[in-house]
Design a protein around this ligand. Structure first.
Ligand code: NAD
Ligand code: UFG
Length: 338
Protein backbone atom coordinates (compact mmCIF):
# COMPACT_ATOMS: atom_id res chain seq x y z
CA UNK A 1 0.00 0.00 0.00
CA UNK A 2 1.28 3.43 -0.94
CA UNK A 3 0.81 7.01 0.15
CA UNK A 4 -0.52 9.26 -2.60
CA UNK A 5 1.13 12.68 -2.47
CA UNK A 6 -0.63 15.35 -4.55
CA UNK A 7 1.55 18.35 -5.41
CA UNK A 8 4.52 16.19 -4.46
CA UNK A 9 7.07 17.83 -6.76
CA UNK A 10 6.56 21.23 -5.10
CA UNK A 11 8.52 22.80 -2.26
CA UNK A 12 6.93 21.14 0.79
CA UNK A 13 5.83 18.07 -1.17
CA UNK A 14 9.34 17.14 -2.34
CA UNK A 15 10.74 17.38 1.20
CA UNK A 16 7.85 15.29 2.49
CA UNK A 17 8.30 12.60 -0.18
CA UNK A 18 11.93 12.26 0.96
CA UNK A 19 10.96 11.95 4.64
CA UNK A 20 8.27 9.39 3.76
CA UNK A 21 10.75 7.30 1.80
CA UNK A 22 13.26 7.52 4.62
CA UNK A 23 10.56 6.36 7.04
CA UNK A 24 9.98 3.31 4.80
CA UNK A 25 6.74 4.33 3.05
CA UNK A 26 5.98 3.62 -0.60
CA UNK A 27 5.04 6.86 -2.30
CA UNK A 28 3.10 7.74 -5.45
CA UNK A 29 3.30 11.38 -6.54
CA UNK A 30 0.90 13.26 -8.77
CA UNK A 31 1.38 16.85 -9.89
CA UNK A 32 0.33 18.90 -12.91
CA UNK A 33 3.74 20.66 -12.80
CA UNK A 34 2.04 24.08 -12.94
CA UNK A 35 4.41 25.38 -10.24
CA UNK A 36 7.17 22.78 -10.09
CA UNK A 37 9.39 20.48 -12.09
CA UNK A 38 9.96 16.74 -12.02
CA UNK A 39 13.65 17.51 -11.41
CA UNK A 40 12.90 17.94 -7.72
CA UNK A 41 11.80 14.30 -7.59
CA UNK A 42 14.90 13.14 -9.45
CA UNK A 43 16.91 14.78 -6.68
CA UNK A 44 14.75 13.16 -4.03
CA UNK A 45 15.58 9.82 -5.67
CA UNK A 46 19.29 10.65 -5.49
CA UNK A 47 18.99 11.50 -1.80
CA UNK A 48 16.87 8.52 -0.76
CA UNK A 49 18.37 5.99 -3.17
CA UNK A 50 14.81 4.86 -3.98
CA UNK A 51 12.69 5.49 -7.09
CA UNK A 52 9.73 7.87 -6.83
CA UNK A 53 6.65 6.85 -8.82
CA UNK A 54 5.41 9.98 -10.60
CA UNK A 55 2.29 10.62 -12.67
CA UNK A 56 1.61 13.95 -14.34
CA UNK A 57 -2.04 14.22 -13.34
CA UNK A 58 -4.16 17.24 -12.49
CA UNK A 59 -6.38 16.80 -9.42
CA UNK A 60 -9.29 18.19 -11.47
CA UNK A 61 -8.90 15.33 -13.97
CA UNK A 62 -11.40 12.74 -12.75
CA UNK A 63 -10.55 10.13 -15.37
CA UNK A 64 -6.85 10.51 -14.71
CA UNK A 65 -7.42 10.00 -10.99
CA UNK A 66 -9.69 6.99 -11.57
CA UNK A 67 -7.01 5.38 -13.73
CA UNK A 68 -4.42 6.04 -11.06
CA UNK A 69 -6.52 4.41 -8.34
CA UNK A 70 -7.02 1.36 -10.59
CA UNK A 71 -3.29 1.09 -11.15
CA UNK A 72 -1.92 1.79 -7.67
CA UNK A 73 -2.80 0.45 -4.25
CA UNK A 74 -3.36 3.69 -2.35
CA UNK A 75 -3.91 3.69 1.39
CA UNK A 76 -3.79 7.39 2.33
CA UNK A 77 -3.37 10.74 0.64
CA UNK A 78 -1.29 13.76 1.58
CA UNK A 79 -2.86 16.64 -0.30
CA UNK A 80 -0.49 19.50 -1.15
CA UNK A 81 -1.69 20.31 -4.67
CA UNK A 82 -3.01 23.82 -5.00
CA UNK A 83 -2.28 27.35 -6.09
CA UNK A 84 -0.73 29.40 -3.30
CA UNK A 85 0.18 32.96 -4.30
CA UNK A 86 -1.80 35.43 -2.20
CA UNK A 87 -1.48 38.41 -4.59
CA UNK A 88 -2.29 36.33 -7.68
CA UNK A 89 -5.40 34.99 -5.95
CA UNK A 90 -6.74 38.54 -5.57
CA UNK A 91 -6.34 39.06 -9.33
CA UNK A 92 -7.57 35.58 -10.33
CA UNK A 93 -10.15 34.44 -7.77
CA UNK A 94 -11.99 32.12 -10.19
CA UNK A 95 -8.80 30.24 -11.00
CA UNK A 96 -8.04 29.79 -7.29
CA UNK A 97 -11.52 28.56 -6.37
CA UNK A 98 -11.71 26.29 -9.40
CA UNK A 99 -8.28 24.74 -8.85
CA UNK A 100 -8.17 24.48 -5.08
CA UNK A 101 -11.83 23.81 -4.29
CA UNK A 102 -12.85 22.08 -7.55
CA UNK A 103 -9.70 19.94 -7.53
CA UNK A 104 -10.12 18.95 -3.90
CA UNK A 105 -13.78 17.94 -4.41
CA UNK A 106 -12.83 15.74 -7.38
CA UNK A 107 -9.91 14.16 -5.52
CA UNK A 108 -11.98 13.38 -2.44
CA UNK A 109 -14.81 11.92 -4.52
CA UNK A 110 -12.47 9.55 -6.38
CA UNK A 111 -10.82 8.62 -3.09
CA UNK A 112 -14.10 7.63 -1.41
CA UNK A 113 -15.30 5.75 -4.48
CA UNK A 114 -12.16 3.66 -4.11
CA UNK A 115 -12.63 3.21 -0.37
CA UNK A 116 -9.62 5.41 0.50
CA UNK A 117 -10.64 7.60 3.40
CA UNK A 118 -7.40 8.75 4.99
CA UNK A 119 -6.20 12.25 4.23
CA UNK A 120 -3.72 14.85 5.44
CA UNK A 121 -4.36 18.38 4.26
CA UNK A 122 -1.99 21.36 3.89
CA UNK A 123 -3.81 24.14 5.65
CA UNK A 124 -2.30 27.41 6.73
CA UNK A 125 -2.01 29.84 9.60
CA UNK A 126 -3.81 32.21 7.25
CA UNK A 127 -7.10 30.68 8.49
CA UNK A 128 -6.60 32.54 11.80
CA UNK A 129 -6.76 35.87 9.92
CA UNK A 130 -5.55 38.65 12.22
CA UNK A 131 -5.60 36.71 15.51
CA UNK A 132 -6.94 38.31 18.70
CA UNK A 133 -4.05 36.89 20.66
CA UNK A 134 -0.74 35.09 20.13
CA UNK A 135 0.34 32.37 20.38
CA UNK A 136 -2.68 30.99 18.53
CA UNK A 137 -4.09 27.61 19.48
CA UNK A 138 -6.20 25.27 17.37
CA UNK A 139 -9.25 26.35 19.40
CA UNK A 140 -8.91 29.97 18.31
CA UNK A 141 -11.51 31.08 15.77
CA UNK A 142 -11.07 30.70 12.04
CA UNK A 143 -11.60 34.20 10.69
CA UNK A 144 -12.57 35.73 7.41
CA UNK A 145 -9.53 35.78 5.17
CA UNK A 146 -8.40 38.89 3.35
CA UNK A 147 -7.72 37.09 0.05
CA UNK A 148 -9.19 34.28 -2.09
CA UNK A 149 -6.20 31.99 -1.45
CA UNK A 150 -6.84 32.11 2.29
CA UNK A 151 -10.57 31.62 1.69
CA UNK A 152 -9.85 28.42 -0.26
CA UNK A 153 -7.92 27.05 2.74
CA UNK A 154 -10.73 27.90 5.17
CA UNK A 155 -13.34 26.44 2.79
CA UNK A 156 -11.35 23.25 2.30
CA UNK A 157 -11.11 22.86 6.08
CA UNK A 158 -14.91 23.22 6.27
CA UNK A 159 -15.42 20.69 3.46
CA UNK A 160 -13.15 18.13 5.17
CA UNK A 161 -14.77 18.71 8.55
CA UNK A 162 -18.27 18.18 7.13
CA UNK A 163 -17.25 15.10 5.12
CA UNK A 164 -15.68 13.48 8.18
CA UNK A 165 -18.73 14.32 10.28
CA UNK A 166 -21.06 12.71 7.73
CA UNK A 167 -18.88 9.63 7.29
CA UNK A 168 -16.80 8.80 10.38
CA UNK A 169 -14.84 6.21 8.40
CA UNK A 170 -12.73 9.15 7.24
CA UNK A 171 -9.56 10.02 9.14
CA UNK A 172 -8.52 13.55 8.29
CA UNK A 173 -5.65 15.60 9.69
CA UNK A 174 -5.68 19.33 8.97
CA UNK A 175 -2.15 20.69 9.37
CA UNK A 176 -1.96 24.46 9.76
CA UNK A 177 1.50 25.42 8.63
CA UNK A 178 3.09 28.61 9.84
CA UNK A 179 5.87 30.05 7.65
CA UNK A 180 7.94 27.27 6.03
CA UNK A 181 11.49 28.24 5.04
CA UNK A 182 14.84 26.43 4.82
CA UNK A 183 15.71 23.53 2.56
CA UNK A 184 17.11 20.04 2.82
CA UNK A 185 20.60 20.34 4.39
CA UNK A 186 22.13 18.66 1.31
CA UNK A 187 21.26 21.77 -0.72
CA UNK A 188 19.77 19.48 -3.43
CA UNK A 189 16.08 20.33 -2.94
CA UNK A 190 14.53 23.63 -1.91
CA UNK A 191 12.07 26.38 -2.78
CA UNK A 192 12.13 27.48 -6.42
CA UNK A 193 9.62 30.32 -6.88
CA UNK A 194 8.68 31.57 -10.34
CA UNK A 195 9.70 35.16 -11.05
CA UNK A 196 10.15 37.68 -8.26
CA UNK A 197 9.49 35.99 -4.91
CA UNK A 198 6.60 37.23 -2.78
CA UNK A 199 7.79 35.65 0.44
CA UNK A 200 10.49 36.97 2.71
CA UNK A 201 13.12 34.20 2.75
CA UNK A 202 13.31 33.52 -1.01
CA UNK A 203 13.52 37.27 -1.53
CA UNK A 204 16.40 37.55 0.94
CA UNK A 205 18.30 34.68 -0.67
CA UNK A 206 17.88 36.34 -4.09
CA UNK A 207 19.31 39.56 -2.67
CA UNK A 208 22.20 37.50 -1.29
CA UNK A 209 23.04 36.01 -4.72
CA UNK A 210 22.69 39.41 -6.40
CA UNK A 211 19.45 38.70 -8.30
CA UNK A 212 17.64 41.47 -6.40
CA UNK A 213 19.39 44.69 -5.34
CA UNK A 214 17.89 45.07 -1.86
CA UNK A 215 15.09 43.88 0.40
CA UNK A 216 11.99 45.98 0.86
CA UNK A 217 10.86 45.74 4.47
CA UNK A 218 7.10 46.17 4.41
CA UNK A 219 6.47 48.54 7.32
CA UNK A 220 8.29 49.29 10.57
CA UNK A 221 5.36 50.83 12.42
CA UNK A 222 3.62 47.65 13.58
CA UNK A 223 3.04 47.17 17.33
CA UNK A 224 5.95 44.68 17.54
CA UNK A 225 9.32 45.02 19.35
CA UNK A 226 11.14 46.52 16.33
CA UNK A 227 8.05 47.61 14.38
CA UNK A 228 8.42 44.99 11.61
CA UNK A 229 6.09 42.00 11.07
CA UNK A 230 6.55 38.95 13.30
CA UNK A 231 6.01 35.38 12.05
CA UNK A 232 6.60 31.81 13.16
CA UNK A 233 9.19 30.46 10.70
CA UNK A 234 9.53 26.67 10.53
CA UNK A 235 12.19 24.58 8.82
CA UNK A 236 10.66 22.70 5.88
CA UNK A 237 12.32 19.44 7.00
CA UNK A 238 10.63 19.71 10.41
CA UNK A 239 7.37 20.44 8.62
CA UNK A 240 7.84 17.41 6.34
CA UNK A 241 8.42 15.21 9.38
CA UNK A 242 5.12 16.46 10.81
CA UNK A 243 3.37 14.67 7.93
CA UNK A 244 5.03 11.37 8.78
CA UNK A 245 3.80 11.79 12.37
CA UNK A 246 0.33 12.69 11.13
CA UNK A 247 0.19 9.41 9.18
CA UNK A 248 0.63 7.61 12.49
CA UNK A 249 -2.40 9.51 13.89
CA UNK A 250 -4.35 8.41 10.81
CA UNK A 251 -3.33 4.79 11.35
CA UNK A 252 -4.49 5.06 14.96
CA UNK A 253 -7.94 6.20 13.69
CA UNK A 254 -7.97 9.86 14.68
CA UNK A 255 -11.23 10.93 13.01
CA UNK A 256 -10.79 14.67 12.45
CA UNK A 257 -7.69 16.23 13.99
CA UNK A 258 -6.22 19.72 13.62
CA UNK A 259 -2.65 20.73 14.44
CA UNK A 260 -0.59 23.89 14.23
CA UNK A 261 2.87 23.22 12.83
CA UNK A 262 5.29 25.95 13.85
CA UNK A 263 8.09 26.47 16.33
CA UNK A 264 6.07 28.64 18.70
CA UNK A 265 8.63 31.45 18.39
CA UNK A 266 8.06 34.73 16.59
CA UNK A 267 10.80 36.50 14.63
CA UNK A 268 10.56 39.94 13.04
CA UNK A 269 11.66 40.76 9.50
CA UNK A 270 14.78 42.43 10.91
CA UNK A 271 15.50 39.38 13.12
CA UNK A 272 15.46 37.26 9.97
CA UNK A 273 17.80 39.66 8.16
CA UNK A 274 20.23 39.58 11.11
CA UNK A 275 20.14 35.79 11.44
CA UNK A 276 20.55 35.33 7.68
CA UNK A 277 23.58 37.62 7.67
CA UNK A 278 25.09 35.67 10.53
CA UNK A 279 24.41 32.28 8.92
CA UNK A 280 25.63 33.26 5.44
CA UNK A 281 28.23 35.94 6.08
CA UNK A 282 26.48 38.00 3.36
CA UNK A 283 25.19 41.53 4.03
CA UNK A 284 21.54 42.12 3.08
CA UNK A 285 20.87 45.74 2.17
CA UNK A 286 17.28 46.80 2.91
CA UNK A 287 14.95 49.76 2.76
CA UNK A 288 11.94 50.40 4.92
CA UNK A 289 8.83 50.73 2.73
CA UNK A 290 5.09 51.05 3.26
CA UNK A 291 3.12 48.22 4.82
CA UNK A 292 1.97 45.52 2.35
CA UNK A 293 -1.84 45.55 2.09
CA UNK A 294 -3.42 42.60 3.90
CA UNK A 295 -0.40 41.92 6.15
CA UNK A 296 -0.86 41.49 9.89
CA UNK A 297 1.48 42.57 12.69
CA UNK A 298 2.24 39.21 14.22
CA UNK A 299 1.34 35.56 14.13
CA UNK A 300 3.00 32.67 15.91
CA UNK A 301 1.57 29.51 17.32
CA UNK A 302 1.19 27.30 20.30
CA UNK A 303 2.38 24.00 18.80
CA UNK A 304 1.96 21.99 22.00
CA UNK A 305 -1.04 20.00 20.73
CA UNK A 306 1.09 18.45 17.97
CA UNK A 307 3.69 17.52 20.55
CA UNK A 308 1.13 16.07 22.98
CA UNK A 309 -0.86 14.08 20.45
CA UNK A 310 1.60 13.31 17.63
CA UNK A 311 4.92 13.42 19.46
CA UNK A 312 6.08 16.05 16.95
CA UNK A 313 8.16 19.09 17.78
CA UNK A 314 10.16 21.41 15.54
CA UNK A 315 13.84 20.78 16.15
CA UNK A 316 15.66 23.21 13.89
CA UNK A 317 16.26 26.79 14.95
CA UNK A 318 16.33 30.01 13.00
CA UNK A 319 20.06 29.96 12.19
CA UNK A 320 19.74 26.48 10.73
CA UNK A 321 16.76 27.61 8.66
CA UNK A 322 18.77 30.55 7.30
CA UNK A 323 21.85 28.42 6.70
CA UNK A 324 19.91 25.80 4.72
CA UNK A 325 17.96 28.39 2.69
CA UNK A 326 21.29 29.98 1.78
CA UNK A 327 22.96 26.64 1.02
CA UNK A 328 20.16 25.79 -1.42
CA UNK A 329 20.17 29.20 -3.15
CA UNK A 330 23.97 29.42 -3.32
CA UNK A 331 24.27 25.97 -4.92
CA UNK A 332 21.26 26.50 -7.20
CA UNK A 333 21.18 30.22 -8.06
CA UNK A 334 18.56 29.53 -10.74
CA UNK A 335 16.70 26.87 -8.78
CA UNK A 336 16.11 23.64 -10.69
CA UNK A 337 16.76 25.41 -14.00
CA UNK A 338 20.47 24.96 -13.30
P1 NAD B 1 4.20 24.52 -4.37
O1 NAD B 1 3.55 25.43 -5.36
O2 NAD B 1 5.67 24.37 -4.42
O3 NAD B 1 3.51 23.08 -4.41
C1 NAD B 1 2.17 22.89 -4.83
C2 NAD B 1 2.21 21.89 -5.97
O4 NAD B 1 0.87 21.64 -6.42
C3 NAD B 1 2.99 22.39 -7.18
O5 NAD B 1 3.98 21.42 -7.52
C4 NAD B 1 1.95 22.52 -8.29
O6 NAD B 1 2.48 22.22 -9.56
C5 NAD B 1 0.90 21.53 -7.83
N1 NAD B 1 -0.48 21.78 -8.30
C6 NAD B 1 -1.17 22.95 -8.28
N2 NAD B 1 -2.40 22.76 -8.77
C7 NAD B 1 -2.49 21.44 -9.12
C8 NAD B 1 -3.52 20.66 -9.71
N3 NAD B 1 -4.70 21.17 -10.06
N4 NAD B 1 -3.26 19.34 -9.92
C9 NAD B 1 -2.06 18.79 -9.60
N5 NAD B 1 -1.06 19.51 -9.07
C10 NAD B 1 -1.28 20.81 -8.82
O7 NAD B 1 3.76 25.04 -2.90
P2 NAD B 1 4.23 24.57 -1.46
O8 NAD B 1 4.82 25.76 -0.78
O9 NAD B 1 4.97 23.31 -1.52
O10 NAD B 1 2.81 24.34 -0.79
C11 NAD B 1 2.19 23.06 -0.70
C12 NAD B 1 0.84 23.21 -0.02
O11 NAD B 1 1.02 23.81 1.26
C13 NAD B 1 -0.12 24.13 -0.79
O12 NAD B 1 -1.42 23.61 -0.66
C14 NAD B 1 0.00 25.44 -0.04
O13 NAD B 1 -1.17 26.21 -0.16
C15 NAD B 1 0.19 24.95 1.39
N6 NAD B 1 0.84 25.94 2.25
C16 NAD B 1 2.03 26.49 1.86
C17 NAD B 1 2.62 27.45 2.66
C18 NAD B 1 3.92 28.12 2.25
O14 NAD B 1 4.21 29.20 2.78
N7 NAD B 1 4.72 27.54 1.37
C19 NAD B 1 2.03 27.83 3.87
C20 NAD B 1 0.84 27.22 4.25
C21 NAD B 1 0.24 26.28 3.42
N1 UFG C 1 8.09 40.81 4.02
C1 UFG C 1 8.90 41.91 3.75
N2 UFG C 1 9.46 42.02 2.50
C2 UFG C 1 9.26 41.08 1.53
C3 UFG C 1 8.45 39.96 1.82
C4 UFG C 1 7.88 39.87 3.08
O1 UFG C 1 9.09 42.78 4.60
O2 UFG C 1 9.78 41.24 0.42
C5 UFG C 1 7.53 40.67 5.39
C6 UFG C 1 6.01 40.63 5.41
O3 UFG C 1 5.49 41.95 5.49
C7 UFG C 1 5.75 39.79 6.66
C8 UFG C 1 6.93 38.82 6.69
O4 UFG C 1 7.96 39.42 5.89
O5 UFG C 1 5.83 40.60 7.81
C9 UFG C 1 6.60 37.44 6.13
O6 UFG C 1 6.05 37.60 4.83
P1 UFG C 1 5.82 36.35 3.85
O7 UFG C 1 5.26 36.90 2.58
O8 UFG C 1 7.06 35.54 3.76
O9 UFG C 1 4.77 35.46 4.64
P2 UFG C 1 3.29 35.79 5.14
O10 UFG C 1 3.27 35.56 6.62
O11 UFG C 1 2.83 37.11 4.66
O12 UFG C 1 2.42 34.69 4.39
C10 UFG C 1 2.92 33.39 4.05
C11 UFG C 1 2.19 32.87 2.83
C12 UFG C 1 0.74 32.66 3.17
C13 UFG C 1 0.64 31.72 4.32
C14 UFG C 1 1.43 32.25 5.48
C15 UFG C 1 1.45 31.25 6.60
O13 UFG C 1 2.34 33.78 1.74
O14 UFG C 1 0.09 32.09 2.09
O15 UFG C 1 2.78 32.51 5.10
O16 UFG C 1 1.90 30.01 6.20
F1 UFG C 1 -0.63 31.58 4.69
Amino acid sequence: MAILVTGGSGFIGSHTVLELQEAGYDVVVIDNLSNSTEKSLKRVEELSGKPVKFYKIDIRDREGLEGLFRQEQIDSCIHFAGLKAVGESVAKPWEYYENNIGGTLTLVDVMRQNGVKNLIFSSSSTVYGDPDRVPVTEEDPVKKCTNPYGSTKAMQETIFTDIQKADPEWNIVLLRYFNPIGAHPSGRIGEDPNGIPNNLMPYITQVAVGKQPFLRVFGNDYPTPDGTGVRDYIHVVDLAKGHVKALERIKAGCGLAIYNLGTGKGYSVLDIVKNFEEASGVKIPYEICDRRPGDIAENYCDASKAEREMGWKAEKGILEMCRDSWNWQKNNPNGYAG
